[in-house]
Design a protein around this ligand. Structure first.
Ligand code: TXA
Ligand code: MG
Length: 329
């Protein structure tokens, strides 16, 4: 491991944003809020900064990063937009949608950040801090979620500090995020493909395209040289405790991650209970998902039982993250 550095935490105000942009310009690493989760940013054109970013997260170098830009015009300088990509950008940017497109000629994103693929993932975030930071810096910012690779994604500045203090230069604290799960990733291939469910429900994307999205084959069935979705490792978002899905009762010693009315047998025996949304609202549940997983993990329970969550709307992304949290490690 590298030598610890001092990590500054600043409010996400004008002074903080100015300092963060200057930090990018000298090759530093800054965590900042987006509407989905906190990102760990670096100058997309600076290979040395990106190498430090991979090291700070402990992220495998085969897993490429998303380039964050101010608007569609900036996105077109990085990637080639076909009719599908143009339509999705017009409908959902700025917002929690990432498009994977062929790289444009002279694409400024460092090869290290695209993991040697000939495609690039691009998004235009909606969060005012992310917008202001990209504008102040003036270039594209690559930003994975600001957690140690494989951990639960951060939805507050405190989550970022718990994972990355001593490894990054600056954290901009803009309070808790709105959406709570990462962006939806669509591959703009011949058949538009849902690479990761996320903050924009797949139903909304399919409605705009007037067709259903293709789904990638399971990771083990994909071409190892050209994986469609290199980052979709089966085990991810992993708390220390084991995670048990679709619980119909609570076992002794288990904590409970609830959803909707609490009618579960044994619920009162749970070592701790947090309810993602007592009214059963998937958007409210998404906002709380990662923070509640962290809290229940911190409660010392050996296992976290999770009540069933319907898969419509943001429920698809929630269930995707929970399946990965529950996967064998
Ligand atoms: O909401 C988000 O997308 C957050 C915020 C910070 O913007 N970022 C985020 O980044 O979730 P990260 O690195 O945790 O996830 C990026 C995903 C990975 O699964 C990666 O494999 C995939 O995007 N990806 C990046 N470039 C790709 C490409 N060219 N083709 C296919 N997948 C790609
Ligand atoms: Mg991540």
């Amino acid at each position: 491991d590298s030598i610890a550095i001092d990590t500054l935490i600043l409010p996400a105000d004008a002074a903080g944003i100015t300092q963060a942009a200057a930090t990018f310009a000298r090759g530093g690493l800054v965590a900042f809020p987006t509407e989905t989760v906190y990102g760990l940013g670096a100058d997309a054109a600076n290979a040395a900064a990106i190498a430090r970013l991979y090291q700070a997260k402990g992220r495998p170098a085969f897993n490429p990063l998303i380039a964050h830009v101010a608007d569609l015009a900036a996105a077109r300088r990085i990637g080639r937009f076909d009719a599908t990509a143009e339509r999705l950008a017009a409908a959902f940017w700025p917002g929690p949608l990432t498009l994977v497109v062929p790289q444009a000629p002279g694409c400024p994103v460092a090869d290290l950040a695209t993991a040697g693929l000939d495609t690039v993932a691009i998004r235009v975030p909606l969060h005012p801090t992310a917008q202001a930071l990209i504008a102040a810096f003036g270039g594209a910012v690559v930003a994975p979620s600001a957690n140690v690779s494989g951990h639960v994604s951060p939805t507050t500045a405190a989550h970022v500090a718990a994972d990355l203090s001593g490894r990054i230069d600056l954290i901009l604290d803009g309070g808790p995020v709105e959406v709570g799960v990462e962006s939806t990733i669509v591959g703009c291939f011949d058949a538009p493909t849902l690479l990761r469910p996320g903050g924009v429900p797949s139903e909304a994307i399919e409605a705009v395209l007037g067709r259903s999205l293709a789904r990638p084959a399971a990771p083990e069935a994909q071409d190892a040289e050209q994986p469609l979705a290199p980052g979709m490792l089966a085990s991810h978002y992993a708390p220390r405790a084991s995670v048990r899905l679709d619980a119909t009762e609570v076992a002794p010693g288990e904590a409970l991650l609830a959803f909707g009315p609490l009618t579960l047998p044994g619920a009162s025996e749970a070592t701790a209970i947090l309810n993602l949304s007592p009214t059963g609202d998937p958007a409210e549940a998404a906002t709380h998902l990662f923070g509640y997983l962290r809290s229940l993990d911190g409660s010392g329970a050996r296992s976290i039982a999770v009540m069933p969550i319907p898969s419509d709307g943001l429920g698809e992304a929630i269930n995707d993250r929970l399946r990965r949290a529950a996967a064998p490690r």
